[in-house]
Design a protein around this ligand. Structure first.
Ligand code: ADE
Ligand code: ZN
Length: 323
């Protein structure tokens, strides 16, 4: 069987996808027209040319600007519905999906409209066999006080979220900055994850584990710089949600052949493959598997192990037996 077909037929969980990062340029233009928002691009081709990033911050600047076209409940429904259909087409049966409410509330969107649109898309996905749980991410370039504000605003919708996460500009914003709000979220029953070790040092991964008490690490690439940390991640089988195409586009790795995915598997770590921001980085989860497999020469046993890991790493037990 050809490698792409083999990957396609593996049931998978996707655990690291930002819903706002699934905003395809064509939809960006449609929504901009509908909502009277001016874009700094003439057409879709020009958007694609702009997607050359020097690093994480360079990407985030365009990511926050792009999501400015999302205003109403029906915009959020359109975004999520298109995303979930695309995710399901890759034979993903379970999706744990990040949402950045602060990036929307800060520009006047109502939490109620955000949730109404997302929830309608989640329900429709369930009818097609894709189980979706949402994860509320705090923006780490903002203060912990503002993160508490988001947690309070989310209280009426707690049933829609399985957990909280931490994303946005990593360097200069260590996980420990959010220790109190993560403790509060845990007391409320949220599961915990955080981006760490994408651009930030191994020290940020330690902090996410020991100060925030997270169960999963999003990215975690730089953990390999610290042998004691590798031993800890292996001992506790802490899941790492890796995103190869994101790492390539954001210059976390110079080339996919230098990606740490295979080294992590060889070290006995619980590595998973995910897409991060598929509309910006050139592919959904199967593309990430295919490109990483080609660059790192991953065989069928390794690919099957990665798919199995994705269900082990999920907050909510998914069904990995369905075809
Ligand atoms: N927000 C969306 N994508 C992100 C990434 N790769 N790292 C940090 N924050 C993000
Ligand atoms: Zn991410």
């Amino acid at each position: 069987m050809d490698r792409r077909d083999f990957i396609q037929q593996l049931p998978k969980a996707e655990l690291h996808l930002h819903i706002e990062g699934s905003l395809e340029p064509a939809m960006m233009f449609d929504l901009a027209r509908r909502n009277g928002v001016e874009l700094p691009y003439a057409d879709v081709a020009e958007v694609r040319t702009a997607y050359e990033f020097a690093g994480l911050q360079d990407f985030l600047d365009l990511y926050y600007a792009g999501m400015g076209v999302l205003r109403t409940a029906s915009d959020f429904f359109a975004l999520a519905d298109a995303c979930f259909r695309r995710v399901g087409a890759d034979n993903v049966t379970h999706l744990e999906c990040f949402v950045d409410p602060q990036a929307h509330l800060g520009r006047g969107v109502r939490f109620e409209d955000l949730m109404q649109g997302l929830d309608a898309a989640v329900r429709q996905a369930a009818g097609r066999g894709l189980e979706v749980s949402l994860i509320l991410c705090f923006l780490r370039h903002l203060s912990e006080r503002e993160a508490f504000g988001a947690l309070e605003d989310a209280a009426p919708y707690q049933g829609n979220f399985i957990g909280v996460g931490l994303d946005s500009s990593e360097l200069g914003h260590p996980p420990g900055k959010f220790r109190n709000v993560f403790a509060a979220a845990r007391d409320l029953g949220f599961r915990l994850t955080a981006h760490a070790g994408e651009e930030g040092p191994a020290e940020y991964v330690w902090e996410a584990l020991d100060v925030l008490g997270v169960e999963r690490i999003d990215h975690g690439n730089r953990a390999l710089e610290d042998d004691a940390l590798v031993a800890r991640l292996r001992r506790d089988q802490v899941p790492l949600t890796l995103c190869p195409l994101s790492n390539l586009k954001l210059r976390v790795v110079p080339d996919l052949r230098a990606h740490p995915l295979k080294r992590m598997l060889d070290l006995g770590l619980l590595a998973t493959v995910n897409s991060d921001d598929p509309a910006y980085f050139g592919g959904y989860v199967n593309d990430n598997y295919v490109r990483a497999a080609a660059a790192l020469d991953l065989g069928e046993a390794e690919l099957a192990a990665l798919a199995a890991n994705s269900f082990k790493a999920a907050f909510r037990a998914g069904d990995d037996s369905a075809g």
